[in-house]
Design a protein around this ligand. Structure first.
Ligand code: F0G
Length: 459
């Protein structure tokens, strides 16, 4: 009988970018000179860069063609209208404001909505989101389901909000809550999706308390893919139909287009309310630029608009997410502890389990990321104690429930041979992990979002 054809990518490669290998001796010197902070390494010192999937994707030939058609008019550019049309058609929002990236969208929208003392419930807020909340002397309240914090427990929607946790905070503090924010997929819990059922339930709870629901939508299309695969009621819906159903539950959204719109730079806010739009316009003009470009050039708006269409095609999403799964499955087969199931944009290695003999005060996930760089020139990122930062009041280190090393896979960039190399490098470290005797300590750090610039030394 005929064999089932293997899975293969839904694109071919038209342009390549050489990357450079290095020796372990070189890497030992480079990482020391970078104060053991992978953000401080220049990219030519990295062989496979899995620091982030943000802005690191490869645009399609069609997106590059759109770049040539960009309208760079200051006001009312056709590129603005292309973006407006894509947002209306795919996401269903009437009003939008371009911003230069996702955190800028947060800055503009939160300036209009958050006041000192407010509480913003959500599912494991991303660090810039939390930063923009705390910067305004408000607090982020994490209502993610408990299952998300056990990496070894399988659950199809570890990004879900726990309705009891959400109701509790609404019951006790409704007057201090301007909106609920839901991150799809939930980056901080491992690129884990939120089910459509959960989004609808959040909408219902919000309605009962008269609250807005805002989606942090950086990876909304990956979320829709998981809904299609894992939520039986949605199996026969297209990705675009699922996306419509998801956003029907939201009043507004922030978007880092550097992820699921597959562009190198860009973002936006979208909303239904004209009143909120008018309020946000003021901040957009102040922080980003006039309302029809908001920090983006016309050509980038063109590529973004097309990226929204490409990013919501099933074949593209299947190719992308299956590659992440390919790496994740390899690591699981090797016995390496990872957040299960594998998320949409990255594999999250459980550093607390991997380096259980290193004390948490010595930054287990960062220690593992440094080892991986030394082993193979692969750059991962710490999603652990350094990122969690200090408590704004007590200034004590916050030790998060999960101490993860993230291997974020850029879209349409690396092949599965690169994934094989990453997996083998981690296996080598896993086999010799008892020889890793200590972690790192902080030499210098910034008062907020310290992980970008922190200087470390061996403990
Ligand atoms: N929200 C989520 C869920 C994100 O993952 C990010 C960025 C942002 C907001 C902010 O967007 O970078 O365009 O300003 N995440 C990147 C990452 C940095 O590596 O996960 P931005």
């Amino acid at each position: 009988s005929a064999m089932e054809l293997p899975f293969a990518e839904s694109y071919k490669i038209k342009m390549v970018e050489p990357i450079r290998k290095s020796t372990r001796e070189e890497r030992e010197r480079w990482i020391r000179e970078a104060d053991y902070n992978l953000f401080k390494l220049s990219s030519d010192k990295v062989f496979i860069d899995l620091l982030t999937d943000s802005g690191t994707g490869a645009m399609s030939d069609r997106q590059w063609s759109e770049m040539m058609l960009g309208d760079e008019s200051y006001a009312g550019a056709s590129s603005y209208f292309k973006m407006k049309e894509a947002i209306r058609e795919i996401l269903g929002f009437e009003y939008f404001l371009p911003t230069h990236q996702g955190r800028a969208a947060e800055n503009v929208l939160f300036s209009a909505l958050i006041h000192e003392g407010d509480i913003i419930p959500g599912n494991s807020h991303f660090d810039t989101t939390k930063g923009h909340i705390e910067f305004r002397k408000a607090t982020a309240c994490d209502c993610t389901i408990d299952e998300a914090f056990d990496t070894q427990k399988d659950h199809p929607f570890k990004g879900n909000v726990d309705p009891v946790k959400l109701e509790n905070i609404l019951k006790s503090s409704a007057d201090r809550i301007p909106f609920i924010i839901v991150t799809v997929t939930c980056n901080s819990s491992g690129g884990q999706p939120v089910s459509l059922e959960n989004l609808r339930m959040i909408r219902q709870i919000a309605n009962r308390y008269g609250k807005m629901v805002i989606f942090d939508s950086a990876r909304f299309a990956e979320n829709a893919y998981f809904i299609k695969l894992r939520e039986p009621a949605c199996r026969d819906l297209s990705i675009r139909q699922i996306v419509s159903e998801m956003f029907a539950c939201a009043d507004a959204m922030t978007m880092s287009a550097k992820k699921d719109a597959i562009v190198n730079m860009g973002g936006f806010i979208a909303m239904r309310s004209e009143e909120l739009f008018s309020k946000a316009c003021v901040y957009n003009i102040m922080f980003e630029g006039y309302i029809t470009y908001g920090g983006m050039s016309g050509r980038d708006m063109n590529a973004l608009a097309l990226g929204l269409y490409e990013g919501t095609e099933f074949d593209y999403l299947e190719t992308r997410i299956r590659q992440v799964e390919y790496l994740g499955n390899k690591l699981m087969d090797m016995g390496i502890p990872v957040q299960r199931p594998i998320g949409g944009h990255a594999v999250f290695v459980d550093a607390k389990r991997f380096l259980s003999h290193i004390p948490k005060e010595e930054f287990q996930a960062q220690t593992l990321a440094i080892e991986l760089y030394l082993e193979a020139g692969v750059r991962a990122v710490e999603i652990g104690t350094l990122l969690a930062d200090r408590d704004p009041v007590t200034r004590e280190n916050r030790y998060p429930a999960l101490e993860l090393m993230r291997l974020a896979i850029p879209r349409r960039v690396y092949t599965n041979n690169h994934m094989d190399l990453v997996a083998t490098a981690l296996k080598n470290i896993f086999d010799r992990k008892s020889a890793i005797q200590k972690g790192y300590r902080i030499k210098a750090e910034a008062p907020i979002m310290r992980h970008f610039t922190v200087a470390l030394e061996p403990a």
